[in-house]
Design a protein around this ligand. Structure first.
Ligand code: FAQ
Length: 311
């Protein structure tokens, strides 16, 4: 049964009021937000790795500058999101400790390798495309700091997606080899992109409560369907084939019928057993350890500055 406080809280949610950091909230609401915002922040930071891999090998100076800017934006997104999570009473160090020890997740998509330059196109087009599909509704999420972070992030994500599609257009207008690279990238990223929306609704343990609290605004399957409907015509425009023989327009529902991803692969990836999990987490842990001397230096400097101010 709900307590009077919980009833009053749910009324505020139902009236679309934003919940702000110092206000009363159920512990479950706080915990769910820390999990989702924290995972989202980790995804941005780990998400820098597959693209960072290509900065040194971008085909032109212009492409290098664009990719560098995009990867830098992702660091910024991670920082807004860690700040939003911190307003819930968890420190950034705690969140990072949980990531590094494997006790918090990040998006499954970043556990796949980026093998060719065309993958930079596919990541921007499909991965940022899926990210936007998920994040546009989150601009209306009930927790104020998260919703405000999403507004800023979405502006940058739409630039990211267009830069990816621009790479795909260039590749598809290129030599047969370049077009084949673009097709291969689509083949490898299609199902992992569909998995970004999370398990099918029947297996989504958090959806019902998160939607009642308006932490999530849509179910996983709703957003996956919208993503497919938006992306298939974009693939057609490129002259590429979506790697799904059962993909078919369904006039009655006004959307495409499509094959589900291999959910056993999804659950293996989120359990830590995807193609690049060890490499990605290893890179984050190494960066944290390699930065220890710098954090210590900053703390020593801050302590000295404080002493001087007191003297
Ligand atoms: N990967 O009950 P649900 C980006 C877990 S975009 C890993 O349905 P929920 C931008 C889930 O945590 C990517 N784990 O969960 C970028 C739960 O496990 P737990 C980041 C997943 O939370 C682009 C279990 O499965 N975006 O980074 C995934 O209600 C390009 C059961 O699932 C966000 O995080 C997954 N794909 O719905 C950067 C968006 N799906 O925690 C660089 C915000 C599910 O109980 C380059 N998050 N799980 O152990 C959300 O909207 C939601 O959290 C969902 C999952 C929709 C992801």
């Amino acid at each position: 049964e709900m307590t009077p406080e919980e009833i009053a809280f749910q009324d505020r949610i139902d009236r679309n009021e934003k919940i702000e950091p110092k206000e009363w909230m159920p512990e479950g609401y706080r915990k769910t937000l820390i999990r989702q915002i924290g995972q989202h922040a980790h995804s941005e930071i780990v998400g820098q790795l597959p693209e960072g891999n290509w900065i040194t090998r971008a085909p032109t100076l212009e492409r290098k500058a664009i990719l560098l800017a995009k990867v830098q934006d992702e660091a910024g997104h991670g920082l807004y999101l860690y700040c939003a999570a911190e307003t819930l009473g968890v420190s950034r160090d705690e969140l990072l400790e949980k990531l590094h020890s494997g006790n918090m997740k990040y998006s499954s998509i970043f556990n796949y390798p980026t093998l060719t330059w065309a993958d930079m196109g596919a990541v921007g087009w499909l991965v940022d495309g899926a990210a936007i599909m998920n994040q546009v509704p989150l601009q209306r999420t009930s927790y104020g700091p998260y919703s405000r972070a999403m507004i800023r992030i979405c502006k940058e994500e739409s630039f990211h997606q267009r830069q990816g599609y621009d790479i795909m257009m260039k590749m598809c207008a290129g030599t047969p080899e370049q077009k084949a690279m673009a097709q291969d990238a689509l083949n490898r990223f299609w199902y992992p992109a569909l998995m970004m929306f999370g398990p099918s609704d029947k297996d989504s343990v958090h959806s019902a409560q998160s939607m009642a609290w308006k932490i999530k605004m849509n179910t996983n399957d709703e957003l996956r369907q919208k993503f497919v409907d938006q992306t298939v015509p974009q693939a057609e425009y490129l002259g590429l084939t979506v790697p799904d023989p059962d993909l078919k327009w369904n006039e009655d529902k006004g959307g495409y019928d499509f094959s589900e991803p291999d959910w056993s692969e999804f659950f293996a990836v989120i359990a830590g057993n995807g193609p690049c999990n060890a490499e990605r987490l290893g890179a984050r842990v190494k960066a944290w350890e390699d930065g220890a001397w710098f954090r210590e230096g900053l703390m020593a400097h801050a302590a000295k500055a404080e002493d001087r101010a007191r003297a």
